[in-house]
Design a protein around this ligand. Sequence first.
Ligand SMILES: Cc1cc2nc3c(=O)[nH]c(=O)nc-3n(C[C@H](O)[C@H](O)[C@H](O)COP(=O)(O)O)c2cc1C
Length: 215
Amino acid sequence: MKRRELLKGAGVLSIVAVVLALCGNLGDAADPTPVTVLITYHSVSGNTERMAQGVAEGAKAVSGTSVVLKRVGEVGADDLSSSDAVIVGSPVYFANMSGEVQTFFDNWSLKFSLFQDRKMRNKVGAAFATGAAVSAGKEFTILGILGAMLNNQMIIVSGGGGFGASATTGPDSPGIDEKELAAARDLGKRVAEVAAVVKRGSLKSSSPIIALTAP
Ligand SMILES: Cc1cc2nc3c(=O)[nH]c(=O)nc-3n(C[C@H](O)[C@H](O)[C@H](O)COP(=O)(O)O)c2cc1C
């Protein structure tokens, strides 16, 4: 075969490769991985609820994502086991998650047997918090939530801020401002995106190779 014919053949192959690559990308956009993101929270005076709504907006913006938004007391075992990702929000109570949120996690073992059966393994997890003071426990609260998720072998991600999304609600900064809401949206969006990647990779099918100790 002459050199010119070889070059022509290579050119045609390159064009075919580019078209195939473009089709692949378009295919992804047109056929997103369906994921369910459960966003659950405790809120007495509405601040954490407002952040939860922001998180939900961000998750919904990712094509293929279904969002379930519930208070922690309304969440049942099915809500948790049917979700691909769980995002938990709490007000800061004495530098920690509130009792309601702690009870919610306790029920993963006591009521729902999710811990014993490793039902939460490889689901994506994330957290958000609101607190009255600039520095009086928001990150402890988020880390407490993430710790409970790690104990259940979930895949932890952040978004919005370094550990998750948070808002200051006390006298110096009343209410939830646009920047804090943007952080909440960013958290929801990132969790939905990562959940789709994990689901496409079928990580959820992996089971533990060692017996884990009780919490
Ligand atoms: C019992 C209790 C303890 C609290 N402890 C803290 C605290 O340690 N640090 C802080 O920043 N805010 C603290 N707060 C304020 C709440 O975290 C804050 O007002 C929060 O935004 C309330 O959320 P909600 O409107 O969703 O109920 C406390 C509030 C209550 C009721």
